[in-house]
Design a protein around this ligand. Structure first.
Ligand code: PXL
Length: 273
């Protein structure tokens, strides 16, 4: 039977992030994808003067209709959420429309480079930690991990620091942890995939360029590969290779600062599945 996914995150109309990334990637992976927009923004929040329409009020009504139709989903993948109250609704949605073996995949998209995105505070980070507690798979970067576990954020570190962060995350949740952007040397970075008593590291080349929205490309590709039957580690590796290729492709156009050009490389992602 084909898998059905529900993804819950915002629509940033312009900016190559959240739903405008997740939907094309998951669809290209051959997965039927339903969406629940958490908010509609004119652009993502790295632009000045963006508009923001919060769709929290619509969520219970949408859920009620879906329950009447008896819709269920085999995975629920959440990204950027607009408010603390939305996190409560997302928990509710998960309990109401999850199929028997549904995976809850949470990307706590709220922070990077040691800082929370505009509009978020530590209370929101604590609520997001509550959602990660209920998840089966979480995809935080190091900044998000530190905010959710009240751990000191470091720019440079060694493996013992990462083990310390992982221990805090393991106390927070029983989910499989996919910790992104773990870099032990200037020209390499990678992803750690950890469970209660396992830890694997996939190391790859580090691009000197950073692009906005790479986390969304990564989490969407991970979800696509995982739902196509790959193990979490294989899916983490497929997503890392694809994201790196997208960053390097985007870097060829130095004026393109606001997002990742993931579209021309979708064919490569499909061939790796
Ligand atoms: O890429 C994460 C993201 C998603 N949605 C919105 C954002 C961001 C990051 O800044 O602003 C609205």
């Amino acid at each position: 039977m084909d898998h059905k996914i529900l993804t819950i995150q915002d629509i940033s109309c312009v900016g190559q992030c959240s739903l405008t990334v997740a939907l094309p990637i998951l669809s290209a992976c051959g997965l039927e994808t339903a969406i629940l927009p958490s908010a509609v923004l004119s652009t993502h929040t790295m632009f000045q003067d963006f508009t923001f329409r919060d769709l929290t009020e619509d969520m219970p009504k949408i859920l009620k209709h879906w329950q009447k139709e008896k819709f269920t989903f085999d995975a629920i993948y959440t990204g950027y959420l607009g408010s603390s109250r939305q996190i409560e609704y997302v928990k509710n949605i998960f309990h109401s429309v999850a199929s028997k073996d549904c995976s809850l995949i949470v990307d706590p998209a709220m922070a990077d480079n040691g800082k929370l995105y505009p509009g978020f505070d530590e209370t929101f980070a604590a609520e997001m930690a509550g959602l990660c507690k209920e998840a089966d798979y979480i995809l935080p970067n190091l900044t998000e991990s530190c905010f959710m576990t009240n751990t000191e954020y470091r720019e440079t570190y060694d493996e013992s620091y990462i083990d310390h962060v992982l221990d805090h995350l393991r106390k927070l949740t029983e989910a499989t942890i996919i910790l992104t952007g773990v870099s032990y040397s200037a020209d390499t970075t990678g992803v750690v995939v950890a469970t209660k008593n396992t830890k694997e590291y996939y190391k790859h080349r580090k691009s000197p360029h950073s692009s906005h929205g790479t986390g969304d490309v990564y989490s969407s590709a991970f979800t696509g590969a995982f739902m196509r039957g790959h193990t979490p580690y294989e899916a983490a590796k497929i997503a890392a290779d694809y994201t790196l290729a997208c960053i390097e492709y985007t870097a060829k156009d130095p004026d393109h600062w606001y997002g990742v050009k993931f579209e021309p490389l979708l064919g490569d992602l499909l061939r790796s599945l």
